[in-house]
Write a protein that binds this ligand. Structure first.
Ligand code: BT5
Length: 326
């Protein structure tokens, strides 16, 4: 991918300016034929590159390491950045290569062919139109505090996305815009015996995904930032903003055990709190009123059948509306 990524970097850094094949070839010190060939291949893989005669430009900016680094204001989160063209899953890659990755390192991919959700579900990540990001953490976090990282990540996404839209959170891990899902979080851990080798925080965001590229069965519950007309999304700006907010919350969480800065955002932006939902696990489906998120990151609910208030911590369940997703 390196030469093709060089083309993507040059077009992204120039965006919204229109370049010519001649400019590009001289900037990359390559022949125009080589540039034309690589651009054609990128277009065949659905990257949003428009060409007209001698001119070439992007429909919207694409993931680019130099473009992220230009805007990155963190100390260690997002350092270094790896960007791959196509992977089965950035989370699987991060878990498989954990020993070679350092605390704070991120893996990005333009496309995933076997993106994962929770509970063995699939995650769709179309080429060049979505962000697939995995962040590696190697801090020693007590097991019972790990679920808080999903809340910390969700709050960081809310803050990062506020440059485009006022998004909400469907506990524990869905990011919602106009009642549809635009992003999801998957936190995974790797242990050897009882010792924690590392944590991988996976994030998938539908930035510029076209409604046509959303699978048929997800049409009623999934959307993208672009489809909701929240403005064109520069994925590099979004990644840099996310990493900065994550670092701020994470440093306070590790250093002083502060959880309120991010849990208060999860409560304020919750789509669930104050409403009734079905809580569905492997065995049963029960109606409950959703009260709040407690200091451990659990969801406090009152079941209608027993009138008992309980804290849900398991991520082994689904929450659904009467007829709708949120
Ligand atoms: C999630 O799971 O929402 C976690 C998604 C995490 C994806 C990232 S991408 C980078 C990293 N590498 C990976 O392999 N994964 C992570 P869950 O709450 O279980 O939601 C999965 C469900 O969301 C699916 O069953 C579909 O119904 C729906 N879905 C799948 N793809 C979607 C998409 N692109 N946009 C919105 N909804 C989607």
């Amino acid at each position: 991918m390196t030469f093709k990524q060089d083309i993507i970097d040059a077009l992204t850094l120039a965006y919204p300016q229109i370049l010519t094949f001649e400019n590009l070839a001289s900037e990359l010190m390559a022949s125009q034929e080589r540039v034309v060939q690589s651009v054609t291949e990128l277009q065949e893989q659905n990257y949003p590159i428009s060409t007209q005669g001698k001119d070439i430009h992007l429909a919207y900016p694409l993931l680019s390491v130099p473009a992220i680094l230009k805007q990155l204001e963190t100390d260690f989160i997002g350092k270094p950045v790896q960007l791959h063209a196509r992977m089965d899953s950035t989370n699987s890659y991060a878990k498989e290569n954990l020993t070679d990755l350092i605390n704070g390192e991120i893996i990005l991919a333009h496309e995933q062919t076997a993106g994962k959700g929770r509970l063995g579900r699939n995650w769709t990540s179309p080429a060049g139109a979505s962000i697939s990001l995995s962040l590696v953490l190697k801090s020693d976090i007590p097991f019972e505090r790990i679920p808080l990282l999903t809340q910390l990540t969700a709050a960081s996404l809310v803050k990062a996305l506020d440059a485009w839209a006022d998004v909400q959170i469907k506990w524990p891990n869905d990011i919602i815009l106009n009642n549809k899902k635009i992003a999801g979080v998957l936190v995974e851990t790797e242990f050897s015996g009882r010792s924690l080798n590392g944590i991988v925080i996976g994030i998938g965001i539908n930035t510029n995904v076209d409604q046509m590229d959303i699978p048929e069965d997800l049409q009623s519950k999934a959307t993208s930032i672009r489809e909701e007309k929240a403005g064109e999304t520069d994925p590099n700006k979004l990644v840099a903003r996310f990493l900065k907010h994550f670092e701020n919350f994470y440093v306070a969480f590790l250093g002083s055990q502060h959880t309120e800065p991010f849990l208060s955002i999860c409560r304020e932006q919750s789509v669930l709190i104050g409403k009734d939902y079905w809580i569905i696990d492997k065995e049963q489906k029960r109606k409950a009123s959703i009260r709040t998120i407690d200091p451990t990151g659990g969801l406090v609910v009152t079941y209608h059948d027993t009138n008992k208030t309980e804290v849900i911590t398991s991520s082994d369940l689904s929450i659904r509306g009467e007829h709708t997703y949120v």
